[in-house]
Design a protein around this ligand. Structure first.
Ligand code: HEM
Length: 524
């Protein structure tokens, strides 16, 4: 069992006892009156004259859905299925998956209606399989899987050091160190391969970068992923994350009573065991480090994990639950986005040159960008923003209604309705993003031209509201620092074999094949 370091209260300036009363903290559910008022307001804005309900909504039957997924072959490209179904059924339709009914919404207005109705404790989905693992193994839920008041308490503890600009910018040096090593690793990869300036499987390399980057922020530890030989434990972690995402949609297709008999469930449990054990080792290491400092009367310094361990707001088991989920959420998302951005920059030399010029103007010579330098690089931000529109790494998101009488698209829904927000389809809606298939960073630059004002819910890559992405600011900092510095060192060119890489959905939007690119030295 993990035990918190035995610090003296005087050293920490806080109580040694876990603060049980924290569990009782946070607010109450919205009052009935407020609920009624909100319902009334939503209805009024969409003008419901006759109460249409879920039963009146059209959409494919379970058999038709199976046909689309497994006969027509959309199982791996469910993002494209959003677009196809929108053409047939319009912007709102229902899909059946056995006993499960899902309401799909595929327009910016409807996504806005779903997201604006949510109360203080939004529910993304019940995640029964993820939650069951934690219950089976006595683990704590983290921000991804927790719900209600308990979820809000976790977020209130984790938010400040993840989202407040002053804390996020304090991670700049830590991330820059990882970026320096990644740039060197690119040079080593080129030299050690037999293809000159080619770097194969950049997606895999960026995955290691993102893992190293987020570990260095969260656990204040380096994992050795930028070394020539990546440690076996790290390789195993990477494999386990992939397996967990692969097994997740399979397990959830079966009723819960059958899970103990499914080989897929057993593998699913084993992969989670591994993910938790990696996080546990890191937490243990940090606690030992803190204890050593305390024993030798040295000051305890540190950032994220140290702060959580010292602040006494969470038990060690709770910290472990949250850190595991942060680690899980913070790797594929960031790495895939950077991979797509580089893929496009390689194909579009004019955009790359424009970005390079902006970077060297703000950071000439060997100057390493700081977070305030990044604020002077609007084009860099626009390139990442456009990448997230064209490749929303979370191509769809879910919300379960917590109140009865929620009105969306003129239909009245009961509580526990599962909404599927089809972000991918909306990102390609040409009434919102003209010329939607073209990579146009200038869409995101203010005052460029008098194009139509963009809908605020046209592209919401990090989600919206109190349940939006917890790692957004750190992810952005990682992507900005890496992209700007990488382009200072190298000119990126496409794979001469001309391979076109398409996206597929494996829970997240991923490149279907490895992304291979050429890296030319700028200095040369
Ligand atoms: C390009 C990078 C990333 C993208 C596009 C992204 C996107 C998202 C989205 C769309 C959600 C769901 C929001 C909602 O339901 O409204 C989410 C949730 C979350 N993200 Fe990220 N994310 C990224 C990076 C990260 C990183 C680096 C971390 C960790 C440090 C992280 C941690 C989380 C967590 C913990 C949640 C769950 C929040 C909750 O339910 O309270 N994400 N992210």
């Amino acid at each position: 069992m993990l035990r918190r370091p035995l610090l003296t209260a005087a050293k920490r300036g806080t109580s040694l006892l876990p603060r049980e009363d924290m569990k009782k903290a946070a607010g109450r559910a919205p009052s009935l009156l407020l609920g009624l008022l909100r319902r009334h307001q939503t209805s009024a804005t969409v003008g419901v004259d006759k109460q249409k309900t879920l039963d009146d909504l059209g959409g494919p039957s379970f058999l038709t859905t199976l046909n689309w997924l497994f006969v027509k072959g959309y199982f791996k490209t469910t993002q494209q299925l959003q677009i196809e179904h929108k053409k047939i059924y319009g912007p709102i339709w229902k899909s059946k998956y056995g006993p499960l009914v899902v309401v799909n919404v595929a327009s910016a207005d409807l996504i806005e209606q779903v997201l604006r109705q949510e109360g203080r404790y939004p529910v993304r989905s019940n995640m029964p399989h993820w939650r069951s693992y934690r219950e089976l193994k006595n683990k704590s839920h983290g921000p991804l899987t927790e719900m209600g008041v308990k979820w809000q308490r976790i977020r209130s503890i984790l938010n400040p050091r993840m989202l407040k600009p002053v804390h996020v910018s304090s991670y700049t040096n830590t991330i820059n160190d990882v970026v320096t090593d990644f740039i060197e690793r690119i040079s080593w990869l080129r030299a050690s391969g037999d293809q000159g300036i080619m770097v194969n499987d950049l997606t895999g390399e960026l995955y290691k970068f993102a893992f190293e980057g987020i570990c260095s922020v969260l656990f204040e530890a380096r994992m050795g992923c930028m070394n020539e030989v990546v440690p076996e434990e790290t390789q195993k972690f990477i494999f386990s994350v992939g397996e967990m995402f692969r097994l997740s949609p399979i397990v959830v297709l079966f009723p819960k009573v059958l899970w103990p008999y499914l080989p897929a469930w057993k593998q699913f449990v084993a992969t989670w065991d591994h993910l938790f054990s990696v996080a546990e080792d890191l937490v243990k290491k940090k606690m030992e480090e803190i204890q050593q400092h305390v024993d030798t009367d040295r000051e305890v310094e540190g950032a994220y994990l140290t702060h959580l361990l010292l602040s006494d707001q969470m038990t060690v088991t709770e910290i472990l639950g949250s850190m595991t989920e942060l680690l899980l959420a913070g790797v594929d998302t960031t790495s895939n986005t950077i991979a797509w951005a580089l893929y496009h920059l390689a194909k579009e030399p004019e955009i790359q040159t424009k970005l390079y010029r902006e970077v060297i103007e703000v950071c000439p010579g060997d100057k390493v960008p700081t977070s305030s330098d990044i604020n002077q690089m609007p084009y860099l931000k626009a390139v990442i923003r456009e990448t997230l529109r064209l490749y929303p790494v979370v191509p769809s998101n879910a919300r379960v209604t917590v109140d009865d009488g929620v009105v969306v698209g003129g239909y009245v829904f009961q509580k526990q309705t599962l909404f599927h927000l089809c972000h991918y389809a909306v990102c390609y809606d040409e009434s919102i993003f003209p010329d939607p298939h073209t990579f146009l960073p200038q869409r995101w630059l203010r005052g460029m031209d008098d194009r139509i004002k963009q809908h605020p819910f046209g592209s919401v890559p990090f989600g919206f509201g109190v349940r939006a992405c917890l790692g957004r600011r750190v992810a952005e900092l990682e992507m900005y620092l890496l992209l700007s510095r990488l382009l200072k060192s190298y000119e990126v060119r496409p794979d001469p074999a001309g391979t076109e890489v398409k996206p597929i959905t494996r829970t997240l939007l991923c490149p279907a094949e490895p992304i291979n690119l050429q890296f030319l030295d700028r200095k040369a």
